[in-house]
Design a binder for this molecule. Structure first.
Ligand code: SME
Length: 160
C-alpha cells in the first residue's frame, strides 16, 4: 500500500478542524467566515482565501481573509465566473495565462476556485489564491474538494 502523503494528512487535519468548527451552526456568513480563516491560516503560501456568493445572477464578495477584493463578478468573467458557468473546479497554474482572469491582488500567480452547492445549484464559490506559480496540485484539489463539501453541507444558505 502507498504511504499517505504529508499533504493529504494535513488536509485530514484541516477537514477535522472544519467539521468541528462548523458543527451545529447553520448561519452561512458565520460558517464561511470561520472556514476562510481555517483555510487562510492553515495552508502555506496563500495571499487570499474566501468566498463569493451567487446573488441575483452575479457573484458578490463574501467572507474572506487577505487584501481587499473586487465586490462583484459577472458569471462571464474571471476564474470565479468560469467555476459557476461550468460548475467545475478551476485549478489555474498561471493566472496571467487565464483569459478573463480578474487581478484583485497583483501578488496572485496561481488560483483554485471550487463551486459550492445548495440543492444542486451553485450557491457560492470558494476561491484561494497564491503568489507561488503552480501552487495547487491534484492533492490540493482533492483536499480542497473535501473542505468544500464540509462547508457546503454546514451552511443553511437561506436569508443571504
Ligand atoms: N481572481 C478572481 C477574482 C477574485 S480574487 O482572486 C479574490 C477571478 O479571476 O475570478
Amino acid at each position: 500500500m502507498e504511504p499517505i502523503s504529508p499533504k493529504i494528512r494535513h488536509y485530514d487535519t484541516l477537514c477535522a478542524q472544519l467539521e468541528s468548527l462548523l458543527a451545529g451552526e447553520r448561519d452561512t456568513v458565520a460558517n464561511l467566515a470561520n472556514a476562510a480563516a481555517v483555510l487562510y491560516h492553515g495552508l502555506p503560501d496563500l495571499n487570499w482565501a474566501g468566498f463569493y456568493l451567487v446573488k441575483e445572477g452575479e457573484l458578490v464578495l463574501g467572507p474572506f481573509q487577505g487584501h481587499v477584493a473586487c465586490v462583484r463578478i459577472p458569471f462571464d468573467r474571471g476564474v470565479c465566473g468560469a467555476a459557476v458557468r461550468e460548475d467545475r473546479v478551476q485549478r489555474v497554474a498561471d493566472v496571467h495565462a487565464f483569459p478573463g482572469h480578474i487581478a484583485c491582488d497583483c501578488a496572485s500567480n496561481a488560483e483554485i476556485v471550487l463551486p459550492l452547492h445548495c440543492q444542486g445549484q451553485v450557491a457560492a464559490v470558494m476561491d484561494i489564491d497564491s503568489p507561488i506559480p503552480d501552487r495547487f496540485d491534484e492533492e490540493d484539489q482533492s483536499g480542497l474538494e473535501r473542505c468544500a463539501r464540509i462547508v457546503e453541507a454546514a451552511c443553511g444558505w437561506v436569508g443571504l
